[in-house]
Ligand binder design. Structure first.
Ligand code: LLP
Length: 427
């Protein structure tokens, strides 16, 4: 099924007429919360499809959903219902979210370069599957806390394979100069430490080389790298690892409207990785964007039109505090009027935030716009709402789900102004 297509000049999103859908969602927000602004809209059916795609294509592998990409509790709960899905979290907040959403602790892994004392403690007390360790200093912290709590801490070493990937410079992670993971020297030091620290049990090796990847080769190189390291681990510590995780990163073609936005050769990946790692050890992936991006659109309205030399500015009600990807990574998102008019113009689509970078698209050719028109900003489900902020004192906007049964469910209500001020003290 096409992700986005027009029929009779109405935008269809994954088979749903967006004119009717946006209206239903907007009416419900108005009725329940007297809210008339922009909102996130997700489709449960797409979520199910994405999960099934991974389950069916990467047969036998385990998935640890990257919670940072989209962390709404209602969506996490739907993911937690899938047996082969665990969660990859990067903060105490995400850890609590996943537990609340129903992920069993033994299906949660915890990554991140700077976990706090309280976060490490929470991870151990909750008995999660493993802590993905990113420094020697952290390894020592975990050993100390585990001793205090009188338990054995399962740990996984996040290694830095120094693999070159073709993606935006802000989202590569597996290069030596990145802040992530353990270097070769750190790895050697970690082995020495692990040998003498009975409070730690090494259960896995992990590497995440970057995000928005389309090529299987770097994954297979990473598998080779981790295989070699697992041999070194076995020889040094006489342990058999439970799993090897190759991280997340499966890309989304943000430019492609037709088809199902799968641009990844999973068959080649699976064959290649199995050939290297065999089928006795668990193989994990930590996908985020691949699952969450197609799931959601940002529904926003044209507030004002202004003429500028050679182009028109369309000022919409959404802004960089809602969706920051275009501003932070020069990321492209399709911007689609839900009703297409005859004629075209070139538009700069900008938000109300007081920053010149608050621009979703420059000189984008769109069918003619009127003030009040609804637009769908596509593939916005991943790193959209989860990266939102209150910049310019703009409250967080609601999140709406079209359920598999066709119902409209508000899964996050609009934040009120009072809620935004709640933590501040101005007495
Ligand atoms: N595992 C680890 C250890 C990660 O650091 C990440 C993402 C993932 C898994 C999931 O990667 P994914 O499957 O989503 O590519 N905010 C950026 C993306 C940052 C990704 C950070 N790490 C964006 O909007 O493009």
């Amino acid at each position: 099924m096409d992700n986005f297509s027009y029929s009779d000049d109405r935008l269809f999103w994954h088979g749903k007429d967006t004119v009717a859908l946006f209206q239903q969602a907007a009416e419900k927000l108005q009725k329940d919360f007297e809210y008339a602004g922009h909102f996130w809209l997700y489709q449960e059916e797409i979520l199910r499809e994405r999960l099934a795609l991974l389950e069916n294509n990467l047969v036998g592998c385990g998935f640890y959903y990257s919670v940072k990409s989209q962390s709404n509790l209602a969506l996490l709960r739907l993911i937690a219902a899938h047996a082969r899905f665990g969660a990859d979290v990067v903060s105490g907040g995400e850890l609590l979210r996943t537990l609340k959403a129903g992920f069993p602790p033994e299906k949660i892994v915890f990554a991140g370069v700077g976990k706090s004392e309280a976060e490490l403690r929470a991870a151990l007390e909750n008995k999660i599957r493993s802590i993905h360790v990113e420094s020697i200093s952290e390894l020592k912290d975990i050993a100390r806390i585990a001793d205090e709590l009188k338990l054995i801490a399962p740990v996984t070493l996040r290694l830095n394979p120094d693999v070159e990937v073709d993606t935006h410079k802000h989202i590569t992670t597996g290069k030596e100069e990145n802040k992530f993971g353990l270097s070769e020297n750190d790895f050697q030091a970690a082995l020495k430490l692990l040998g003498g620290l009975p409070a730690l049990r090494l259960v896995g090796l992990q590497a995440h080389i970057g995000s928005q990847l389309f090529d299987t080769v770097p994954y297979i190189k990473t598998a080779e790298f981790l295989k070699e390291k697992s041999g070194i681990v076995s020889a040094a510590l006489h342990v058999t690892l439970d799993y090897i995780s190759l991280g997340g990163g499966f890309g989304i073609d943000y430019h492609r409207l037709e088809g199902d936005a799968v641009n990844f050769d999973f068959a080649t990946l699976l064959t290649g990785v199995r050939k290297v790692l065999g089928d006795t050890i668990e193989i994990h992936f930590e996908p985020g964007r691949f699952i969450a991006a197609p799931l959601g659109v940002l529904a926003t309205r044209v507030r004002h039109l202004k003429e500028r030399s050679g182009k028109t500015l369309a000022i919409v009600d959404a802004a960089m505090n809602d969706l920051i990807r275009p501003m932070l990574y020069e990321a492209y998102h399709p911007i689609l009027p839900i009703m297409r008019r005859a004629g075209e113009d070139k538009y700069d689509i900008v938000g109300p935030v007081c920053e010149s970078t608050d621009t979703f698209a420059s000189a984008r050719t769109l069918s003619l716009l009127n003030e009040g028109d609804w637009l769908a900003i596509g593939y916005a489900g991943a790193y959209g709402s989860s990266m939102s902020s209150n910049f310019n004192s703009r409250p967080l906007i609601p999140e709406v789900l079209l359920t598999a049964k066709g119902g409209i469910r508000i899964i996050r209500r609009p934040q009120t102004l009072d809620e935004m001020f709640l933590t501040e003290n101005f007495a």
